[in-house]
Design a protein around this ligand. Sequence first.
Ligand SMILES: [Zn+2]
Length: 450
Amino acid sequence: MRDIDLLVTAGFLYPMSPGFPVWRDGEVAVAGNRIVHAGPRQPDGTWRAKRRLGGPGMAVLPGFVNCHTHTASIVFRGRTDDNTRGLGLYDVAFRMEKSIGREEWRDLSWAGAAEMIRSGFTTVNDLWYAPDLLAEACVATGLRATIANKIFDVRLERLSAEDYTHYPEIGEARLREGIDFAERWHGREDGRILARLGPHASDTCAPALHRTIRAEADRLRLGLHVHTAQSRREVEEIGRRHGRGPLELLRELGVLGPDTTIAHLTFATDADLDAVASSGAHYAHCPTMYPRRGRYPRFQAIVDRGIQTGFATDWMQNDPFETMRYAISALRLIAGDADVMPCREALARITIEAAKTMGLEHEIGSLEAGKKADLIVVDLDRPHLQPFYGDYAALVFYARADDVATSVVDGRIVYDQGRLALVDEAPIRAALARHVPIWHSRLVELGAGI
Ligand SMILES: [Zn+2]
């Protein structure tokens, strides 16, 4: 009999391991923060577990991996999604985010981290402001995170007026803050908190700044995280300045590489996609954001080039099941083919493939002996999930974020029975509520909302 810390039993176990087996009556055994067994139930007497979770009415799967997100971005909810002439990012978000203070970033980070955990995400790849405050929120709540400070050298709030003046001192300060964060935090919590450098986008850093960021990332042995070909404006600006596409430019500047996660590619040309493929950079695809902006990236052209691709939420909409469903709906409609993006692939794209996109597939993304114990338990005893036969489609088409009953990160329970296990959420929600009137009036001043 082997002593273990946690035994998670499952009516249906979806380990997302090679071959994609689904085990009826499966189990995951955890010792410390590592999985020692994930597969069929072992005979009684195999384990002496300190704690048990799950049960026959539960599905167990790897924790979801969100390979491109802005955890604190809930502040914009409903204010950049609709009737913005496609410019919510420039006219609202870029202007509003510059007015957010430290205390607000802290409260948004804690609320965002809590929501990620509630939704079944156990890992985020974040690129935004106040990385130290988000890291503190992740330490406290138990979320796993790779975090990058957003680096740019333009006045983002001036982009809506098409003012692209570069200010080297802004770039230096943003880069310095990112490096300071990485030096203090990379590898903390037994590797649960990692850092990257985050050049915001192809058009919001001057070429010299892009080169410096790459040099610093290589010196510090950190990866990069960047938005690319996200908007028509970005592509037109890079075309005007450099006579090529944003990905072609980033490859020339050395930004792209196997350690780089790039988000979006919405307006990428064939030449851009070839640049990504030849560089070995990885792609974060954000299915819930593209339809609301009226343009879907050429997913098939991207994966056909062998570009490593995972799913992500980008911002505000953090239900992983919705993310999968948006992707399936869009891709099947675009192709006119009901067999495109099968549910098993959709689930893989937001677990093991998203982990690969972050370069973390050796540690997370599937339930296999030796990996970190990051998993979720989904309650199947809900009316909208019954009867449950165990198909991938039964989970992907019908489950919701709030069907997640329990989450485990690094072998530690971080969410159970509707409550975060490590922090009290009431003060987090109260803090958020105190800020709402201020955010509301600032957003109205910017012409967003009523
Ligand atoms: Zn983004």
